[in-house]
Design a protein around this ligand. Structure first.
Ligand code: GDP
Length: 311
């Protein structure tokens, strides 16, 4: 297939591109400098210029819990603005096959665990309020995709990656997700010889982490195997508390000081562990990289590439 990947230079895109090529696909990875996806005329030009038959749409404005809290307006506008235009222009360009990278934070904040895909819009009330503007925006564009499937008969699908982490993630102080955020903090604390590092919230929330290479493998498999309206969760299905996560990151980094919990920062969704039965049944896929190994690989990369890491 001739696959257009948006967000190809981002976190998941960087892992996905070599895998698509290895699977024999031709890849098109436009730069956001050439094609601003918030400009409808540029998106139309993109589809005209590249003539893709298949699209993997990863581009998004993303960030961790505090970035979502700090920039709700940017998160909702940039994601909904881009996605609404992008999906419509893909339809007009005659793209028959498209995978949308959707998000696990769109499930209701009280949805039972493990979270099955059919709970979407049905169980657990609204998404967690800290990331609600991002989550509901992403959900609205998933609905746009569903609407286009139903009205126009397009084979467009969504995947829901769990809490992805790995090399090429955003390692910034405030805007990153928990694993890269803590890795950076422990790393520099160790360098400075600090005795204590602050970690956000209570340590009690439970997350389901998935290594970025596993997410990328699932996207490649989904090109052949996923044709359903209902999204597929792509995650480990294993719940780990933030406390255990912080301890595992501290150990990998070699930070031996104290972990202090900063209760002024939000916990967010308390328990977000995904049901992975459909992933295993439909994609025939099981993640390969466990959390300890994944944290070690991520830290090896971070330590070797601080210049390249998005700090
Ligand atoms: P979420 O799954 O959307 O909440 O994604 P995050 O990765 O941003 O946060 C996961 C959990 O880790 C939340 O309960 C945070 O409060 C907690 N956490 C603890 N320390 C940090 C940190 O330094 N950065 C981030 N992003 N989260 C942290």
């Amino acid at each position: 297939m001739r696959v257009l990947v948006t967000g190809a230079n981002g976190f998941i895109g960087t892992a996905l591109l070599p895998r698509l090529k290895k699977a024999g696909h031709e890849t098109i990875a436009p730069s956001r400098l050439d094609y601003d996806l918030l400009e409808q005329a540029r998106v139309r030009a993109l589809f005209r210029d590249v003539q893709a038959d298949t699209v993997i749409h990863l581009a998004a404005r993303v960030g961790g819990i505090m970035a979502n809290k700090a920039y709700p307006g940017e998160f909702i506008y940039q994601n909904m603005g881009m996605n609404t235009i992008f999906l419509e222009e893909a339809r007009r360009a005659g793209v028959k096959r498209l995978i949308y990278s959707f998000c696990g934070c769109s499930f209701g904040k009280n949805a039972p665990n493990p979270i099955k895909e059919e709970y979407l819009f049905r169980e657990g009330g609204l998404p967690d309020e800290n990331a609600m503007f991002y989550s509901l925006g992403k959900a609205a564009n998933h609905l746009q995709l569903v609407a286009y499937r139903r009205q126009h008969g397009l084979d467009w699908v969504s995947l829901i990656p769990g809490n992805a982490y790995g090399p090429h993630d955003n390692f910034s102080e405030k805007n990153s997700h928990v694993i890269p955020g803590l890795m950076r903090r422990f790393h520099f604390a160790k360098e400075r010889g600090d005795k204590q590092v602050e970690v956000w919230g209570s340590g009690k929330p439970v997350r389901d982490f998935v290594y970025v290479d596993d997410v990328a493998d699932a996207f490649v498999l989904a090109l052949d195997k996923h044709h359903e309206e209902l999204p597929i969760n792509v995650s480990s299905g294993v719940g780990v508390s933030i406390r255990e996560t912080a301890e595992a990151v501290a150990e990998a980094v070699g930070f031996e000081g104290k972990i202090a919990w900063d209760s002024s920062k939000p916990d967010g969704h308390m328990a977000k562990v995904f049901d992975t039965k459909r992933m295993r049944r439909i994609l025939g896929f099981n993640p390969r990289v466990g959390l300890k190994e994944g944290i070690r690989k991520t830290y090896d990369w971070f330590a070797a590439n601080q210049g390249k890491a998005r700090l």
